[in-house]
Design a protein around this ligand. Structure first.
Ligand code: NDP
Length: 237
């Protein structure tokens, strides 16, 4: 029997990149998967068709919309918050509305959805947030606001791990380094700069992040909670 047979999964932000890899991996592991998309209808529909997962449109900046998606999913065994945007650049000229939108998606939605998922999660459930190695290290200019949103997830999982530990629900953040997706292509203009601070000088793959999610969701990881799981090729070493 597949590892997650009979388990219900909800991935927020599953249409592309790391989120899509997580959807594919957990569906392949036997779980019943739902995922949300915001702008990428065609990609979401293709992914749903290929994996048998259910695609739901929801914008992470709309709190009530997101909470209804989580509530409608019922009792979720494995909840993953992956949706995120990166607004980077000179803090003196960045548009404050863009920064606030990033905070809404990367922090506010992550918190409210995780709490809502926990409300009806069975004992032994899993809450996994996708953070960033930039929560640990910010070696370049222009990343203050983005990195701030990802370090907020660190205290979020520490605290929620305490709140839900009695129910054996684990709460963790996975912190990828440069990972080849639309957000950060391996052949992008910043790639060489990123590689210069890494021990393994190449982008990681979304599938490797998805494999980490699968491990954290497994029974073998039942004792890992309130922790930062960094997978960054030594970016923060
Ligand atoms: P992509 O840009 O490739 O994908 C982003 C995903 O987030 C898409 O599924 C997108 O959905 C969804 N999303 C964006 N805005 C919203 C919104 N308003 N509401 C709901 N969903 C939304 O990014 P990655 O796959 O690279 O990144 C995934 C996560 O990993 C992010 O949290 C990112 O910060 C983090 N990360 C990525 C790294 C990298 O190098 N790639 C490194 C470290 C962390 P849609 O297309 O349907 O709008």
């Amino acid at each position: 029997m597949a590892e997650f047979s009979g388990k219900k999964v909800l991935v927020i932000g599953g249409s592309r990149g790391i989120g899509a890899a997580i959807v594919r991996r957990l569906a392949r592991d036997g779980a019943s998967v739902r995922f949300t998309w915001a702008g990428s209808r065609t990609k979401a529909e293709e992914l749903a068709h290929q994996t048998g997962a259910k695609a739901i449109q929801a914008d992470a900046t709309e709190r009530s919309e997101m909470l209804s998606v989580v509530r409608n999913a019922g009792s979720i065994d494995i909840f993953v918050f992956n949706a995120g945007i990166c607004v980077a650049g000179d803090p003196l000229t960045l548009n404050p509305d863009d920064v606030d939108r990033m905070i809404d998606i990367n922090i506010r939605a992550a918190y409210h959805c995780a709490v809502e998922a926990a409300r009806s999660m069975p004992d032994g459930g899993r809450i996994i947030l996708i953070g960033s190695t930039n929560a640990n290290r910010v070696p370049f200019k222009g990343l203050a606001a983005y990195s701030m949103t990802k370090s907020a997830l660190q205290s979020m999982v520490r605290g929620l791990a305490r709140d839900f530990g009695d129910r054996h629900i684990t709460v963790n953040v996975i912190q990828p380094g440069p990972t080849d997706t639309d957000m950060n292509p391996a052949n992008g203009p910043q790639a060489d700069l990123m590689h210069s601070v890494m021990a393994i000088k190449e982008h990681g793959s979304a599938d490797d992040v998805a494999a980490y999610v699968s491990f954290l969701a497994s029974n073998a990881a039942r004792g890992i909670t309130g922790a930062m799981q960094t997978i960054d090729g030594g970016f923060s070493a």
